[in-house]
Design a binder for this molecule. Structure first.
Ligand SMILES: *Cc1c(COP(=O)(O)O)cnc(C)c1O
Length: 404
C-alpha cells in the first residue's frame, strides 16, 4: 500500500493538474486556440470549407516528413480510407496486433475484411516482426494473380483461401514498433503496410517519424491524444495519386465542378471541419513544446520507479518516443488490480491495457497466434496520468488522506 501512496504523490507532484481528480490525459490549450477559433466564427467558415483544413494538412505533412497529409473527421475514418486505398476489399484478411485499441480492428471490419490478431513484442508493445514472419511462413502461399492495385505474387491464407491484403502495426502508447523489420517482411510477402500511428505523433524510429514508413499511415487528434483538434484524423502518404484519392473518398467522391453535383464512386462524408482544423493548427504549433514536457515527465517517472517494485516502460532501442501514455508493469494481475483499485479510489486515474481484440465477442472467431506476450502484458500493464505538465497550469499537490 505504501508504494501505491508514493505513486499517487509522485503523480500529483509531476503532472501539474488543475483538477482534484487527475485524469489519464487531458488537453492543454496554451497557444493560439482561441484566436483561430474566433477567426472561424468571424469569417463564417466553420464547416467543411475554410483555410485551416489545408493549413493543418500542410503542417502535418511538414512535421512528419510525409509528402502528403489528408485530413479526416477522426483517426478511425482515416484508417478506414487508408485501408481501402491500400487495396483491402471485402473477404480479404488483414494482419494486426491483438493488443490494440478497438478502432484498429473496427476500421479493418468496415472494409469487409477480417482481422488476424498476432502477438506484440514485450519491449515495444507493438506488432512483433518475429510473430508476423513465422505466421506468414506457416500459413501463407503465394499465388500469381493481379488484384489491383496489387499485382504479381500475392499472399493467400492456406486455411481460409483468402488474400492477406494489408498489415497494420500500431505504435502502442507512442512507443514505435519495430517498423523497418516489419516493412522488410511485408515487402517479402508483397503485403502493403498501413501504420496506425494514432498514438505516436512526434515519435521517431531511426530518426524517421512514425506513420511515414508504410504505403499509408494515419494519425488521430482525438481529445485524449498528444495534441487534439477536438476530433480529427490525418492520412499520411508519399504517393500523390493515393493522396488525391484520399481527398476524393473523404469528400463524398464529388467530381470537382463549379455547380454540377456528380459523384463517381461511393464516397464518405469523412471531412474535417474548419473549426476542428483551426484547433489542430494551434495545437500543432505547440507540439514540440508538449513533446519536451512529456519527455521530462517520463524522466521523472523513470527515476521514481527505479526504486519501486514496478517497472517503468521506457522507449525502445533506436527510438524517440512521444511518451503519449506512460505505462508501468506490475508483477502480476492481482497487483495490477490492487493498484487500479487504490489509485482510482484516491483521485488518480489509472487504466489497464485494452482487452485483447480476440477476446471480444465480435472478433472471437478471428485467427490468432499464441499471443504469449500480449497475454503477459495485458495482465500487467497500467497506464498512469500523462498530460503535458505545462508550468503554471495546475496547482501543488496537497497532503492527502487515503481511502483504503
Ligand atoms: C485513438 C486511436 C485511433 C483513432 O481514434 P479516433 O478517436 O477515431 O481519432 C485509432 N487507433 C488507435 C490505436 C488509437 O489509439
Amino acid at each position: 500500500m505504501s508504494e501505491f501512496k508514493e505513486l499517487i504523490t509522485i503523480v500529483r507532484t509531476a503532472v501539474n493538474e488543475p483538477l482534484d481528480f487527475i485524469p489519464l490525459h487531458a488537453p492543454r490549450f496554451t497557444g493560439n486556440e482561441k484566436k483561430y477559433l474566433a477567426e472561424c466564427i468571424e469569417t463564417n467558415f466553420v464547416s467543411s470549407v475554410g483555410e485551416f483544413v489545408g493549413r493543418f494538412e500542410q503542417m502535418c505533412a511538414e512535421y512528419t516528413g510525409a509528402k502528403y497529409a489528408v485530413a479526416a473527421m477522426n483517426g478511425t475514418a482515416a484508417l478506414h480510407i487508408a485501408l481501402l486505398l491500400a487495396g483491402v476489399k471485402s473477404e480479404d484478411e488483414v494482419i494486426t496486433q491483438a493488443l490494440t485499441f478497438i478502432a484498429t480492428a473496427n476500421a479493418i471490419s468496415y472494409t469487409g475484411a477480417k482481422p488476424i490478431f498476432l502477438d506484440v513484442d514485450k519491449e515495444t508493445m507493438g506488432l512483433s516482426p518475429i510473430a508476423v514472419e513465422s505466421w506468414l511462413q506457416e500459413n501463407v502461399e503465394m499465388r500469381e494473380i493481379n488484384i489491383l492495385p496489387s499485382s504479381g505474387h500475392l499472399p493467400f491464407n492456406k486455411t481460409t483461401g483468402r488474400r492477406i491484403a494489408a498489415c497494420v502495426p500500431m505504435h502502442t502508447f507512442g512507443h514505435p514498433a519495430k517498423i523497418t523489420e516489419l516493412k522488410r517482411i511485408c515487402d517479402l510477402f508483397n503485403i502493403p503496410l498501413v501504420e496506425d500511428a494514432a498514438e505516436s505523433l512526434g515519435s521517431t524510429y531511426s530518426g524517421k517519424q512514425t506513420g511515414t514508413f508504410g504505403k499509408l499511415g494515419i494519425l488521430s487528434f482525438n481529445g485524449n491524444k498528444i495534441i487534439t483538434s477536438g476530433g480529427g484524423g490525418m492520412i499520411l502518404t508519399d504517393d500523390e495519386v493515393l493522396a488525391k484519392q484520399a481527398k476524393h473518398l473523404t469528400t463524398q467522391a464529388k467530381v470537382s465542378h463549379p455547380w454540377e453535383f456528380v459523384h463517381d464512386s461511393i464516397g464518405y462524408n469523412y471531412r474535417l471541419t474548419n473549426v476542428n482544423a483551426a484547433l489542430g493548427c494551434a495545437q500543432m504549433e505547440n507540439l514540440d513544446y508538449f513533446l519536451q514536457l512529456k519527455r521530462e515527465l517520463a524522466e521523472r517517472y523513470k527515476s521514481f520507479f527505479i526504486d519501486t517494485e514496478f517497472t517503468f516502460f521506457t522507449e525502445p532501442e533506436d527510438c524517440r518516443s512521444n511518451y503519449w501514455l506512460n505505462a508501468i508493469l506490475t508483477k502480476d494481475r492481482q497487483q495490477r488490480d490492487e493498484l487500479l483499485e487504490f489509485t482510482n479510489k484516491n483521485g488518480v486515474m489509472t487504466r489497464p491495457v485494452w482487452e485483447l481484440m480476440n477476446r471480444l465477442p465480435m472478433f472471437s472467431d478471428c485467427q490468432t497466434d499464441g499471443l504469449q506476450n500480449s497475454i503477459w502484458l495485458a495482465d500487467r500493464v497500467v497506464n498512469i496520468p500523462s498530460s503535458a505538465p505545462v508550468p503554471g497550469y495546475g496547482k501543488k499537490a496537497d497532503l492527502m488522506e487515503y481511502e483504503e
